[in-house]
Write a protein that binds this ligand. Structure first.
Ligand code: RB5
Length: 146
């Protein structure tokens, strides 16, 4: 079985970091879907979150990565979608734990608050870590029911 397709999206605060992360995901063997933005012209992070979350909902990608200046706005937007569990991470430990415990299907990163190497390490850990299931599965089901 091939590796999961990962959809990427960023606003103008995160498009440069996005390019680095797309290249890293591809190097790890993941097909990618880059849903923009591609330059410094201002765009609205809810529109980017919608593009990525819709791609996941339609099965065009299994998981997504969203980047804005802080990661906050774009993670709030993503979590408006019922099928999305988006986690904002600033370090490798939370990136890993949000896969293990929360089965996060979207990772949010803040390009203006973490450096590129930390972001790359977060992505690598998040892509490589499976959901632990077990006691966490019922909690995920409760999230879906909220
Ligand atoms: C855009 O200037 C900035 O507000 C956005 O990237 C993000 O940080 C919002 O949460």
């Amino acid at each position: 079985m091939g590796k999961a397709t990962i959809a990427f999206g960023a606003d103008h605060g995160g498009f440069e970091l996005k390019a680095l992360l797309v290249a890293a995901a591809e190097k790890q063997g993941h097909p990618t879907l880059d849903l923009g933005t591609h330059g410094p012209a201002p765009v609205d992070y809810p529109d980017i979150a919608q593009a990525v979350c819709t791609a996941i909902g339609e099965g065009r990608a299994a998981r997504g990565v969203l980047i804005c200046g802080t990661g906050i706005g774009i993670s709030i937007a993503a979590n408006r979608f019922r099928h999305i569990r988006c986690a904002l991470a600033h370090d490798v430990t939370t990136a890993r734990l949000t896969r293990l415990h929360n089965d996060a299907n979207v990772l949010a990163l803040g390009a203006r608050v973490i450096g590129p190497q930390v972001a790359l390490d977060c992505l690598e850990a998040w892509l490589a870590t499976p959901f632990e299931g077990g006691r966490h599965a019922g909690r995920i089901a409760k999230l879906t029911d909220l």
